[in-house]
Design a protein around this ligand. Sequence first.
Ligand SMILES: Nc1ncnc2c1ncn2[C@@H]1O[C@H](COP(=O)(O)OP(=O)(O)O)[C@@H](O)[C@H]1O
Ligand SMILES: [Mg+2]
Length: 261
Amino acid sequence: MSELVIEGLGRTFPGVKGGKPTVALQPTNLTVPANDFVTILGPSGCGKSTLLRIIAGLDQPTTGRVMLDGVEIKRPGPDRGMVFQSYTLFPWLTVEDNIAFGLREKGMPAAQRRDIVASYIDKVGLKGFEKHWPKQLSGGMQQRTAIARALANDPKILLLDEPFGALDNQTRGLMQELLLGIWERESKMVLFVTHDIEEAIFVGSRVVTMSARPGRIKSIVPVDLPHPREYTIKSSPEFSRLRAHLTEEIRSEAILADKAH
Ligand SMILES: Nc1ncnc2c1ncn2[C@@H]1O[C@H](COP(=O)(O)OP(=O)(O)O)[C@@H](O)[C@H]1O
Ligand SMILES: [Mg+2]
């Protein structure tokens, strides 16, 4: 059972050409147990991407560390799958070859690879699109492919940085349900960054709110909504209560962030 422990994690970016350094993340602690779906909610510039990139091993902290199953994270690895907002599929590979990419890197035999790719094609609803090129796909389909590519490696953690931020509202809703459905069926730790309050509540089991710059964790709000969740839950009284509570928290931070500009 995987556990993620963030200890005193801080990140300061040096100033450019003698300018002032930017404190992106103030020393932050957080423990995420196995199979938890955590959403990280905060205003623009509060350090959400910085936090996620350090967990992914794409950036190094200035202070503190991140431990996954007791081992310090220092670089990217197949135990963490990442999905970004902007589409990052390999344009020279078809949908199925994009999904198979990590498995091929691992040296998995073709027959086994085909089975895994087929199962994820099915799970993310891409049947019939196996041979398509990324540029032939809608934004939603590209993100389905990116999620399948991340999951096919069977990572311990799925890291998503505003993955549905560029999608229209209807597609975004469908993608939230898709991701939630996958998480409900497969035990997986998910860290999902968003600045959208409803999205954070709908998909998350806990919402971690972050304060305006310099970023730090402000509160952890449990989401006690039952599973399996359907979109109709968005009109329940408990959902409204959480939305009102988080709106208040994030509003005060957004005002601070705006003043800092
Ligand atoms: N590579 C970098 N160099 C300098 N400053 C950076 C870099 N990356 C992020 N920052 C700064 O760190 C702060 C947090 O950024 P980021 O983590 O991207 O916030 P968020 O994802 O919450 O919008 C911002 O002020 C941003 O300008
Ligand atoms: Mg960001």
